[in-house]
Design a protein around this ligand. Structure first.
Ligand code: NAP
Length: 241
């Protein structure tokens, strides 16, 4: 029977690459998106051209009712979820002294609370069948800090803590929970700070080049498929944490 992977924020950027990588590994893919329906449909067509199956899942991950419906839809279609990748994320960059309540709350709500809603709903199904892998896409800045985006940094640090707490609780059900830090990529999100950060980030990489997105997506599949490691944070980068 086909394995099933639910990827949040799979309409563009890193999530799209992860969805295609899992499709190449033979998984059926739940393609979650919030607004980019056309782009999500394009990902579904690409998966189809690889001979794979997919399901379009429109849901705002920060809304727990929408997340419950999304997980229910995957269960209704395929009866199981083998892998959850919590990838959906936003930035609302502002220095601390100028940051609004909304900028703080929205970022935490999508990046951290949204990941928790998805983790909780998928974990219920995974614990029932005593097998599953949950991968939380965090960021190197969640470990190292950065200026001008305390909301994003806190959300990504929170994801690493959630990873370790969930790994401890869910381990006895054979559900593995790991966190992955993807490096710096020129997606819509990366593009917003590319000119400001590119030279500095490249100079910190001792290989002199940035992380490759397709290599990262492949690595996510590898981590999902290993059976004996949980509670870890993988920094897929040549910047030392
Ligand atoms: P991106 O290009 O901006 O794409 C973000 C994705 O998240 C889109 O598919 C978007 O879907 C989805 N999304 C946003 N809000 C959502 C919500 N409320 N509910 C469901 N989906 C939502 O970002 P990216 O660069 O690919 O980043 C993906 C992940 O990697 C994020 O968690 C980010 O923090 C992390 N990351 C990125 C970098 C980088 O350099 N790019 C570095 C470190 C970590 P819609 O288009 O449908 O709204």
């Amino acid at each position: 029977m086909n394995r099933v992977a639910l990827i949040t924020g799979a309409s563009r950027g890193i999530g799209r690459s992860i969805a295609l990588a899992f499709a190449r590994h033979g998984y059926s893919i739940g393609i979650n998106f919030a607004r980019s329906k056309d782009k999500a449909e394009a990902v579904a067509r690409e998966i189809g051209s690889l001979g794979g199956k997919s399901l379009l899942l429109e849901a705002d991950v920060s809304n727990s009712e929408q997340v419950k419906k999304m997980v229910g839809k995957v269960m209704g279609e395929w009866g199981k979820i083998d892998v959850l990748v919590n990838n959906a994320g936003i930035t609302r960059d502002r220095t601390i002294l100028k940051m609004s309540d909304e900028e703080w709350l929205e970022t935490i709500q999508v990046n951290l609370t949204g990941a928790f809603w998805c983790l909780r709903e998928c974990a219920k199904e995974m614990c029932r069948k005593k097998e599953g892998a949950i991968l939380n896409i965090s960021s190197i800045v969640g470990a190292k800090g950065s200026s001008g985006n305390a909301n994003y940094v806190a959300s990504k640090a929170g994801l690493m803590g959630l990873t370790k707490a969930a790994a401890r609780e869910l381990g006895r059900f054979n559900v593995r929970v790991n966190s992955l830090l993807p490096g710096f990529h020129r997606t819509d999100m990366g593009n917003r700070v590319w000119d400001k950060l590119f030279e500095r980030v490249r100079s910190e990489h001792f290989l002199g080049k940035l992380t490759d997105l397709e290599e990262f997506a492949e690595f996510v599949c590898v981590v999902a498929e290993q059976k004996s490691v949980s509670g870890q944070v993988y920094n897929f980068d040549s910047r030392i944490l």
